[in-house]
Design a protein around this ligand. Sequence first.
Ligand SMILES: [Fe+2]
Length: 253
Amino acid sequence: MKFVLYADIHAQIPQMEAVLEAVDKENADKEILIGDLIMLGPQPAEVVDHFMNVRQNVDILIGNLDMWVVDKFWETKTPKNIYHEWMLDMARLTRERMTQEQLDWLNKLPFAMTYTPEHNHNFHVFHATPDEIGDEDALPPRLTDDEMWEKIGDVDADVMSFGHIHGGYVRQVRDKTLVCAAAVGMSWDGDPRPSYATVEYLGDGKWDCQTKRVDGDFEEQAKLNENCWIPHGDRIAKMIRTGYFWNPDHMPH
Ligand SMILES: [Fe+2]
């Protein structure tokens, strides 16, 4: 059984289209979108509409930034710094561009899914960590195996896949394989190309896990981010162009 996974579209249509074109060629049995459809980009309503009405045969999880918009975080959270304030403002402005029907649809998405291609061989999928959606915790590749194990050790799965980190990787930690599928919208690992992942169960407890990048020219999209309704859209444009987080002194995780 073959799974194809992608995450963190962040309201960026051309990167989404480029990844979906590559995904179509994978001929997977199951397609999974691992959250963060919206925020950080100019077209949240268009992305949600695509998965509500056009591309319907996809299992979709909610991400932390989807939840910021759905739960109106700006009404209850006190900004920790000026960057946090910027993000809360973007959540409010994102919500203004969406319909109630789209918000209700996002609100019903699950936090995690488990697939079992064979008895005793589970594949577990979540946005950031098995226990947390991503505002407080994550699985960045800088963690040691022991630190990773503390967060994933008690999950009954051979393979786990997630998004949120904005830099794809496959890593073996003891008897478990971690697959970061993100990100579609913008990368933070120095490679600006959109990313996705494949996870295939080969039988007898064997899995083949890969991350893949998609080529494309996203300069027009960078310009759109710079010149649209997003406050400080130049920060988003910088990430699309360079593949690095816009402010290395305040990395999200
Ligand atoms: Fe996220």
